[in-house]
Design a protein. Structure first.
Length: 309
C-alpha cells in the first residue's frame, strides 16, 4: 500500500485532484457484511485514490476500524487510512494500537482528539492519555512508519472559544509536529474554506495539502443534526431551501447532489489538492456528484478487486 502523503505529491505533479472517501464503521457484524457486499463494490468502482474508516465514539469500534481498513486494502486494493482518537486511551495503549496497525499493514493514520464520550459535557483525557491531537501526532511520529493526517476546521472548532484564528494556530502546531495533510470538517459556504486556506498558507506558512471535506445532503433533518454536532453553519439561502424540502427526502437528496457538485466545482477552480467525500456509506449520491464533476473513476487506485468475503 501507499502513503497518502505520496499520493498527494504525485497528484500535484500530475496536476490532478485527489479523490478520497470516508466510511463510517457499522455497529454490527451484519452491518459490516452489508457494507462489503452491497456498498463497497459500488464505491470502489469510482476508483478513489484512498479512503478512510472512522473510529467510533469513545473508540467503540476500534477493532472494527482496523479490520475494515485491512479488508479494504486486501480485497479492493485501495489505500485506506484508519482514524485514531485520544478518547479513553493512555499513551501506552495508543502506542500498542499503532504497533497493531503496523502489523495489519496500515500505513496511514488520521490523528484526532475525538469527541467527549456520550453523556460527558467536556473532553477529559484518560489517565496517562492525551488532551490534544498534537500529542497524538507526536506518538505516531515516534512509533514511525505512518503518513499522518489531521483535521482542520474552516469555521473554527466548536470548542474554540478564543476564535477561529487561534484554532488555526493550533492546527499549524499539529502540522509542525509531523502532520502530512489536513482534511477539513464539512462546510457549506466555500468562503470559509478560502479564508481558512489563505490564513494558513499566507499568514502561518503552511505548505501541506489542505483538503476540503464535502458531505452530500440526504435530507433536511440529517444535515441539521450533523451541523448541530460539529458546529458548521448553514447559509441562509441553503436553510430556506432545506425548509422547502423538509417533507421530501428524495428531492432533498437530488438537491444535495446539485449543491455538492457546485461546491466542489468552485473548490477545484480555486486549485484545491483534492476533495474528501463524507460518503455516509451511500453509493448513489457520491457517484452522482463525481459524475457531475467529471471525476467518476478518475482516481489512481486501480481497478476494484473482488468484494470482501
Amino acid at each position: 500500500m501507499r502513503y497518502i502523503r505520496d499520493i498527494y505529491a504525485e497528484a500535484a505533479a500530475a496536476q490532478r485532484p485527489v479523490i478520497s472517501f470516508e466510511f463510517f464503521t457499522p455497529k454490527t457484524d451484519e452491518g459490516e457484511e452489508n457494507f462489503f457486499t452491497r456498498t463497497m463494490p459500488g464505491l470502489a468502482a469510482l476508483r478513489p485514490d484512498y479512503c478512510s474508516v472512522t473510529y467510533g465514539a469513545g473508540g467503540s469500534t476500534q477493532d472494527r476500524t482496523f479490520s475494515m481498513v485491512r479488508r479494504i486494502q486486501t480485497h479492493f486494493g485501495i489505500p485506506c487510512m484508519a482514524h485514531l482518537t485520544c478518547v479513553g486511551s493512555s499513551r501506552e495503549a495508543i502506542a500498542g494500537l499503532l504497533r497493531e496497525a503496523q502489523a495489519d499493514g496500515i500505513q496511514n493514520i488520521l490523528a484526532l482528539r475525538g469527541d467527549p464520550p456520550e453523556g460527558a459535557t467536556a473532553f477529559e483525557p484518560a489517565p496517562g492519555g492525551f488532551r490534544y491531537a498534537s500529542e497524538l501526532v507526536d506518538v505516531i511520529r515516534e512509533v514511525g512508519g505512518f503518513s499522518i493526517g489531521v483535521a482542520g476546521f474552516p469555521e473554527g472548532h466548536l470548542e474554540a472559544k478564543d476564535g477561529r484564528e487561534a484554532d488555526w494556530r493550533r492546527l499549524q502546531a499539529k502540522i509542525e509536529r509531523g502532520a502530512d495533510f489536513v482534511l477539513t470538517q464539512l462546510f457549506f459556504d466555500n468562503e470559509f474554506f478560502h479564508r481558512f486556506r489563505a490564513h494558513l498558507t499566507g499568514q502561518l506558512g503552511v505548505t501541506v495539502p489542505l483538503v476540503p471535506g464535502i458531505i452530500p445532503i440526504l435530507s433536511a433533518g440529517q444535515i441539521r443534526r450533523f451541523t448541530a454536532l460539529c458546529g458548521a453553519s448553514i447559509p441562509d439561502a441553503l436553510g430556506r431551501r432545506l425548509e422547502e424540502l423538509a417533507g421530501d427526502d428524495a428531492a432533498a437528496a437530488a438537491f444535495g447532489v446539485e449543491f455538492a457538485a457546485a461546491q466542489g466545482a468552485d473548490l477545484l477552480r480555486a486549485g484545491v489538492p483534492g476533495l474528501h467525500f463524507y460518503t455516509l456509506n451511500k453509493v448513489a449520491s457520491t457517484r452522482a456528484i463525481l459524475e457531475r464533476l467529471g471525476l467518476a473513476a478518475a482516481g489512481a487506485a486501480g481497478e476494484a478487486g473482488a468484494a470482501g468475503t
